[in-house]
Design a protein around this ligand. Sequence first.
Ligand code: G1P
Length: 290
Amino acid sequence: MNKRIRKAIFPVGGLGVRFLPATKALPKEMLPVVDRPLIQYAVDEARDSGIEEFIFVTGRGKTAIENHFDYSFELLQTLKDRNMKEEIDAMLALSPNPGQIAYVRQQEPLGLGHAVWCARHLIGDEPFAVILADDLILAETPCLRQMLDVFEEMGGNILATMEVPHEHTSRYGIVDADLSPKSLRKIKGLIEKPKKGNAPSNIAIIGRYILLPEIFNELGKKKVGEGGEIQLTDALSSLIGTQPFYGLDFSGKRFDCGVKLGYLEANIAFALERQDLGPSLRKVLTNYGF
Ligand code: G1P
């Protein structure tokens, strides 16, 4: 029987330079899609998937994230005074329970692999999940839940994957795997942001991982990879052959909210899904010729 996954790491130390000046004083994970910050979607996905402990790896200038998940006495009092029951319920439902959130600081921005390694003492010796809030996924069953279902059956490391255009492979961690049209693939190799012509496939890693704790030993070696950073993909790659690795082509639509176009599309897609906004947004869009 495989161990249950209870903990998820949210690396939120990144600078967000692509969204300057919006991200000068605001963490990029706090950018809203419709009316919820990106990090809220990530936490909700984890919670809806059964995660019980939420570990944020933060950096300088990220206190707005801690405040967001905190109890806001003044705000609640004001809402109570105004008898805004719906809003009060929404505010109270937003945060995990006391003691379920932990924050650890990544003192230097040394890469995703380093960020995950910074949480090693909070994870200990059990399998865990990693969620990158930039990758927003609209799905009937939360993407992480789909991955946990696979983990509960097969064990091993599970990476969320999807096909990307061949000309985009240098933006992602790329998987060397069977190209058969299966949704679950055994991974034979991994390469972070391969140069043009070097990609073993066009199947990319998307920001959801289920990992076994042995990864921390690999990350502890602090090998510097692509972009001068300690890459999670490199550490995973060196464990291939010693542990099973699977790529799951999840069901759902992924939006790359780390770039402007993806972020704008996510806003439209999520608003169109909403009963309170979808019909009127459709009308507004017709004014623009859609
Ligand atoms: C990170 C990972 C990369 C993965 C991507 C998914 O890259 O290093 O392997 O494909 O997330 O979004 P980043 O986008 O942080 O450069």
